[in-house]
Design a protein around this ligand. Structure first.
Ligand code: HMG
Length: 385
């Protein structure tokens, strides 16, 4: 039985910040952001959006009325959770109007959570081929104003249907997971922003990637030449370039050129959205499918990394006709509105965050399908339009 990704869609907020503006405001050479980090824009999140609304928006793009009735489980991966008990998936199930006869849960392990959810979905489908699992990886990457991580912030969600008749990718049998208890990036319960040992985290990313890939090679005998693309988690685009260079070394042959070109195609959207934590690898995959030169049947390698830390290298084969089962990310991104640094800073501070008071947000400027209207009696209030 082939199990894999049947449909994919991406959603982000309606606003973005140009990082040249941010560089000027932070008195940094813009080339540090544009070239050194490899980011040129980042998604900005208004108070009326959170991981529930963005995740629901991504899922809505791929659901038809018939498919809604077929969903058996909703797994939401996030590290920007809004409640310590209740799962984001319960809110999304309600907002999407899914049947009550579905399994809902939230999955966490930093940016690796999306892959953990995908692997669990695969297990559910393997146990029962009738299952159609809605996997949503939804996050808001927040490091704080004036921090080294600020340039790598972003937000968005990728929704996927995992089934036994996949129209986008068939997942390979072998994958290598690798985990260690380390402190490269974390967010204590009392903090709205991530804490990070930035330079250490980049080294751990490269080490995990090398470990996972070499172990995968030992198990399968696979060579770099077998892959048309090896895509990685994208906390910022330069990180993925460094990661792949860690595998390729000084190689400049045809194989290395193909893999570098494929990676470049995977970085196009990430460069203008920023880090979306759990969904970043999958936005990179959509970017590769829309901006690269993928061919049906080709083998794609995927390296997922989540701080703390967990990594996994897995593979998938591209299915013929996949184009009809992914949403047009480029067109969606072109509709976003630019904000100034002061508007971005205002929105950043307006987020509901950890406050416990009743709040009502002005939603008149937010034309999204799903909005967070505020908080009442310690309960988040959502609206579907
Ligand atoms: P920094 O100290 O501000 O930057 O932090 P830097 O001084 O290291 O410079 C960055 C690069 O810009 C360097 O290039 C400079 O040479 C270059 P590199 O040596 O790395 O190739 N540079 C310039 N280039 C051109 N023109 C210039 C110029 N000036 C400097 N004028 C850091 C950078 C990434 C550490 C920081 O932004 C950070 O902490 N980011 C957040 C952490 C992160 O993203 N880590 C990635 C690995 S961990 C991960 O992926 C998991 C994660 O997604 C979380 C999760 O799992 O949930 C983060």
């Amino acid at each position: 039985m082939d199990i894999g990704i049947d449909k994919m869609a991406f959603a982000t907020t309606n606003y973005y910040l140009d990082l040249v503006d941010l560089a000027k405001a932070r008195k940094v050479d813009p080339n540090k952001y544009l070239i050194g980090i490899g980011q040129s824009k980042q998604a900005v999140v208004p108070a009326s959006q959170d991981v529930v609304t963005i995740g629901a928006a991504a899922a809505e793009k791929l659901l038809t009325p018939a498919l809604k009735k077929e969903i058996t489980s909703v797994l939401v991966a996030t590290e920007s959770g809004i409640d310590n008990s209740k799962a984001v998936a319960t809110y999304i199930q309600h907002l999407l109007g899914l049947s009550a006869f579905v399994r809902v849960a939230e999955i966490k392990q930093a940016c690796y959570g999306g892959t953990a959810a995908l692997m669990m979905a695969r297990g559910l489908v393997a146990a029962n081929p009738q299952e159609k699992v809605l996997v949503i990886a939804s996050d808001i990457a927040r490091y704080g104003l004036n921090t080294p991580g600020e340039v790598t912030q972003g937000a968005g969600a990728v929704a996927m249907i995992v089934s036994s008749h996949p129209h986008v990718l068939k997942l390979g049998q072998t994958s290598v997971a690798y985990s260690r208890d380390i402190m490269d990036f974390w967010r204590p319960l009392y903090s709205e922003n991530a804490m990070v040992d930035g330079h250490y985290s980049t080294q751990v990313f490269i080490d995990f990637f090398k470990n996972c890939f070499s172990h995968y090679q030992q198990q399968t005998g696979c060579q770099l030449a077998d892959f048309s693309a090896i895509l990685t988690h994208l906390p910022f685009t330069k990180m993925a370039t460094k990661g792949l260079n860690g595998l390729l070394g000084e190689r400049q042959d045809e194989v290395a050129t193909t893999l570098r070109q494929s990676l470049k195609a995977s970085q196009v959207y990430s460069r203008i959205v920023g880090n979306l934590y759990t969904g970043s690898l999958y936005l990179g995959l959509l970017s590769y499918l829309e901006n690269g030169q993928p061919k049906s049947g080709e083998l794609i390698g995927l390296f997922s990394y989540g701080s703390g830390a967990a990594g996994e290298f897995f593979t998938a084969r591209l299915v013929d006709g996949y184009q009809d089962y992914i949403n047009d990310v480029r067109t969606d991104l072109a509709k976003r509105q630019q904000v100034s640094v002061s508007q971005y800073e205002k929105m950043f501070k307006q987020q509901l965050g950890l406050q416990n008071a009743d709040v009502t947000f002005d939603i008149s400027h937010d034309h999204s399908r799903f909005v967070l209207t505020g908080q009442k009696n310690h309960q988040r209030q959502y609206q579907r339009r």
